[in-house]
Structure formats: structure tokens, C-alpha cells
Ligand binder design. Structure first.
Ligand code: 13P
Length: 249
């Protein structure tokens, strides 16, 4: 089963109009096999010129469709600003905004209903890994969404982001990442066998120009969700170039 790779940038609470221009200039020059996605702060979305090369996404979306939710952004607001995707359940939102699995599931439903593709983020803490609870934690995060809504899987992207690898410079090894990606695909098969083969599973956590090519050789790694390195246009472009279907194991 060949899946079209997706390389996504999560700018987090960073970025300027100048960065948009710099990234666009560099990406315009490269020929990559992957689809490209940038998730900037939502205030920057309207400053991206229309592009059929780079899709845009939110970093979060409200579970509510509209109404009195001060500070939140609905799926339709994101769409109007140019987004076709949204990250949902990033570990930084689970940790700092106390987002629960139940809320995250609601957000995935709302996003898909509005026509946004959710990039559902899952991953374990260092302590959970050390206690050999990685699979248990991830199975629970996936079940929260897909056990009751298996029909949403075909419309989703999954990002595996081990929390211990985010912003630490210590990426999972290709083998560690592949092991968990294969596990995720196995779990997803129990919800929708066909969709599980089609769904793209991205790896995130200290992805950079040096380590990405080896990660991308793994059969169940269908792209990356890049934080810090995505703020450096040349490095992000190199990561995009490093995805080569022919190098898949
Ligand atoms: P880093 O690439 O900076 O580790 O961030 C990963 C991440 O959280 C992407 O969503």
C-alpha cells in the first residue's frame, strides 16, 4: 500500500510574516514527493499566498461549532483563514491546556464534520515509556476517538509524537518509531481495516535534516510533524527532500 507522504510544520507560538516569505521562497524551489503542510499561529494564516504546493492548518480547533467561546477558533473560522487541516490533541495542549481524551475526540468530530482534516497527535511521556506503558497509553488515546467514531479514521492523519522527544534534540530512533507506528496501525485495524492501511502516520519529535532520511525509510512512517526545525526554511526544505519513496524498507 503506497501512501502519499505528508511533511507538516508546527510553528507553535513562533513565526512572522518574514518567515512566511522565506519558507515559501525556499519551498517553491524544491521538487518533493511529499505533500506539504504548515500550521502557523492562526493569526498568520491569511498572510500565506494561495498555493497548490503547501496546505495550511490550525494548531488546534474548538470542539464547538460557534458561539460564546472567548478566545477559541472554530473549524469554520480556520477554514475561512485558509486552513484545510488542524492539529488536534498536541501534547502541549494536553499538558498546558489540560485537554482530555474526551475533549480531543469531540474536536476530531467537529473538525471532520466541518471538512478539516484532523492531525491527531498521540504519544507517551518518558516515565510511561520507562514503565513500558507506551502501547497502553497510545491505544487509549486512539480508542478515545475511533472506538466510537471508526468512520472518522479514513478522514484522519495520525502523528506519533513521543513527549520525551519533543524539543529535546533526542529523536526516537527509526526502529523505536517504526515499532510504535506499526503498533498504531495494528490498533487502527481493529477500527477500520481498510482505512488503517490508508491513514498516514507521521513521526514528530526532534526531526531534523540529519535524522529524517533514516526515519523515512521505515515502512510505517509516512512523513513527519516538525517543530523547531520547521522554523529554519532551508532545513525544513531539506527534510521535505529527504522523503524518498524509493528508499522505503
Ligand atoms: P520538535 O520538532 O521541536 O521536537 O517539536 C515536535 C513537535 O512538537 C511538533 O508538533
Amino acid at each position: 500500500m503506497s501512501r502519499k507522504a505528508l511533511i507538516a510544520a508546527n510553528w507553535k507560538m513562533n513565526g512572522t510574516k518574514a518567515l512566511i516569505e522565506a519558507v515559501n521562497n525556499v519551498l517553491a524551489e524544491i521538487d518533493t514527493e511529499a505533500e506539504l503542510l504548515i500550521c502557523p499561529p492562526a493569526t498568520l494564516l491569511p498572510f500565506f499566498p494561495p498555493s497548490n504546493k503547501v496546505a495550511l492548518g490550525g494548531q488546534d480547533v474548538s470542539a464547538a461549532v460557534s458561539g460564546a467561546y472567548t478566545g477559541q477558533l472554530s473549524a469554520s473560522l480556520l477554514k475561512e483563514a485558509g486552513a484545510t487541516y488542524s492539529l488536534i490533541g498536541h501534547s502541549e495542549r494536553r499538558q498546558y491546556q489540560f485537554e482530555t481524551d474526551a475533549l480531543i475526540a469531540e474536536k476530531v468530530v467537529t473538525a471532520v464534520t466541518a471538512g478539516l482534516t484532523p492531525v491527531l497527535c498521540v504519544g507517551e511521556t518518558l516515565q510511561e515509556r520507562q514503565q513500558e506503558k507506551t502501547q497502553q497509553v497510545i491505544a487509549k488515546q486512539l480508542a478515545a476517538v475511533y472506538a466510537s467514531h471508526p468512520e472518522l479514521l479514513v478522514k484522519s492523519v495520525i502523528a506519533y509524537e513521543p513527549i520525551w522527544a519533543i524539543g529535546t534534540g533526542e529523536s526516537a530512533t527509526p526502529e523505536q518509531a517504526q515499532e510504535t507506528h506499526a503498533f498504531i496501525r495494528d490498533v487502527l485495524q481493529s477500527y477500520d481495516n481498510v482505512a488503517a492501511q490508508q491513514v498516514r502516520i507521521l513521526y514528530g519529535g526532534s526531526v531534523n535534516a540529519e535524522n529524517s532520511a533514516a526515519l523515512f525509510t521505515q515502512p510505517d512512517i509516512d512523513g513527519a510533524l516538525v517543530g523547531g526545525a520547521s522554523l529554519k526554511p532551508d532545513e525544513f526544505a531539506q527534510i521535505c527532500l529527504n522523503y524518498q519513496t524509493s528508499a522505503k524498507e
